[in-house]
Design a protein around this ligand. Structure first.
Ligand code: G1P
Ligand code: ZN
Length: 542
């Protein structure tokens, strides 16, 4: 074995976004591409004598990239790397291992819910010792390093056998291969009443969990089928595949349509759920009823105390700004602090670390708690199961009671994808320019109360994030939010978030798109979406 120092040159565009560096797989497989970025990570966070966690969602190139990262960690002097068997770890499981082993952070290989395969997406991100995604200051430093890099270090050696659990040595560095599921499953057992959930399953409760040929398959089979006794076959698409079997592992009604068909078909199971490529997102569905992520967050916050891990009550709730205010109503009723943060999980990290909140969520199918520092798909599924087991009601009954008590925030997100960037920017600029004159105006029969461009001051460290999305608030509690996606790979994606509040007791069971019709019209008029982009219909509705 020889330690090599390879001369390299900066490669343009290695700028990590909120979820790390994401590119097409062939780009990542190009000469020095992965190596340059990994060296930039080590140069910024330091490597000598350190311990890291390594794993990914199992997508195409995951196994090869892991070998490169291990050889580079060894050559940069790392003491130990804890790797999921087969180089696989779900994102929440990686976050947990970082915290459990008090490591110096971890490298996660994933492009989340984006398709995988030789022509699809790949990604690498660094998580901090608290288990959460690197903050902007750190990712900026990594990016800067990629623009000046001139060499990287790597061992020339055979592959490490990542199929074999246990300790091996690579150039003096310990490679510790661990079962990807065991520690995570134990964490879940410590939070939830497995006995009560198992009793519900043995009493005939039926569930369908769609792992979408992505990373949660082995986790869901072990926890739901093996430990909780759900019927064999409860978990479908349970074997992770390098190309996710051609699926788009994004758990929403559009991409998880097979699950939706089953849950709205004849004799549906009692409960359905799906998760994404790396296991941090979730969608939950009852028999014949869809649970919007914003409502899911509110129901989980209102009922978390029914699970042993949260029996003492929760400290507070945080939601991303575009997420509906359903959770705010729960927080208010329970006398809890409630925070509205910009889009992106990293904004929850400080609040969780400071113990200000216990439960967080985003409208984009992300929910989680202070047990890790990532959103966690299976955690949300298990908390729902715990609640169902204790309340002994259907999902539909739980939602109906929730709305009767708190009122209902009708909610929907309309995505307009692959818009020409210049056109999307022009539309947002014009809208931002008009905000000052909007308050007091009436549009489509609705009275505008206030309008702004959302800015956030972190209550813990005082940092300020500006221009996080345009908000138009109406006198009746309705709301429109517009922002451009920060994760899209093709042109610009306009996200239009629509919300309307109904206090009840009447009008709690309308179709959301119908309930939102005036709000949708107002949004199109205000932002002149069709005039600017040529689009009048969204590509994806969630
Ligand atoms: C999207 C979601 C956002 C989530 C992010 C990463 O970002 O909207 O809530 O945190 O993916 O999973 P966007 O493309 O809207 O910037
Ligand atoms: Zn994800």
């Amino acid at each position: 074995m020889t330690k090599l120092t390879i001369a390299t040159q900066p490669i343009a565009g290695q700028k990590p976004g909120t979820s790390g560096l994401r590119k097409k797989t062939p780009v990542f497989m190009g000469p020095h591409y992965l190596e340059n970025f990994v060296q930039a990570i080590f140069d910024v966070v330091g490597c000598a004598g350190k311990t890291f966690v390594l794993g990914g969602d199992g997508r195409y190139f995951n196994d090869r990239a892991a070998q490169v990262i291990l050889r580079m960690a060894a050559a940069n002097g790392a003491a130990r790397v804890i790797v999921g068997q087969g180089a696989v770890l779900s994102t929440p499981a990686a976050s947990h291992l970082i915290r459990l082993n008090k490591t110096d952070g971890g490298i996660i290989m994933s492009a989340s819910h984006n398709p995988g395969g030789p022509k699809e997406d790949f990604g690498v991100k660094f998580n901090m010792p608290n288990g959460g995604p690197a903050p902007e200051g750190v990712t900026e430093a990594m990016y800067k390093r990629t623009t000046e890099i001139s060499e990287y270090h790597i061992w020339e050696s055979q592959d490490v056998d990542l199929g074999k659990i246990g300790r091996q040595s690579l150039g003096g560095m310990i490679v510790e291969v661990v079962d990807p599921v065991t520690d995570y499953a134990m964490l879940m057992e410590s939070l939830f009443d497995f006995k009560a959930i198992a009793a519900m399953f043995s009493g005939g409760f039926r569930m369908r969990m769609d792992s979408m040929c992505a990373v949660t398959g082995p986790y869901a089979v072990e926890i739901l089928e093996n430990r909780l006794g759900a019927a064999k076959g409860t978990v479908v698409n349970a074997v992770p595949l390098p190309d996710f079997g051609g699926m788009h592992p994004d758990p929403n009604p559009t991409w998880a349509h097979a699950l939706m068909d089953e849950m709205f078909g004849q004799n549906p199971p009692d409960f359905g759920a799906a998760s994404d490529g790396d296991g941090d997102r979730n969608m939950v569905v009852g028999a014949g009823i869809y649970v919007s992520p914003s409502d899911s967050l509110a129901v989980l916050a209102a009922n978390a105390h029914l699970a042993p891990g949260y029996a003492k009550g929760i400290a507070g709730v945080a939601r991303s700004m575009p997420t509906s205010a359903a959770a705010d109503r729960v927080a208010k009723a329970m006398g809890l602090e409630c925070f509205e943060t910009p889009t992106g999980w990293k904004f929850f990290g400080n609040l969780l670390d400071a113990g200000r909140v216990t439960i967080c969520g985003e409208e984009s199918f992300g929910t989680g708690s202070d047990h890790v520092r990532e959103k966690d798909g299976l955690w949300a599924v298990l908390l729902w199961l715990n609640i169902l087991a204790v309340r002994k009601q259907s999902v539909a009954q739980i939602l109906a009671e929730h709305w009767a008590k708190f009122g209902r925030n009708y909610y929907s997100r309309h995505d307009f994808e692959a818009i020409e960037t210049a056109k999307a920017d022009a539309m947002m600029a014009e809208l931002r320019g008009s905000l000052a004159g909007l308050a007091g105006r009436e549009i489509e029969g609705m009275q505008i109360a206030a309008a702004d461009d959302f800015a956030y001051t972190d209550p813990v460290d005082g940092s300020v994030s500006k221009a996080q999305g345009v908000r138009i608030m109406f006198a009746d509690g309705s709301r429109i939010v517009l922002r451009l996606s920060g994760t899209g790979t093709e042109g610009a994606t306009l996200r239009l978030y629509l919300e309307r509040y109904s206090a009840g007791p009447q009008g709690l069971d309308l179709d959301p798109q119908q309930a939102l019709a005036p709000v949708i019209r107002a949004a199109h008029t205000l932002a002149a979406i069709a005039t600017h982009t040529g689009r009048s219909e969204p590509d994806v509705i969630t």
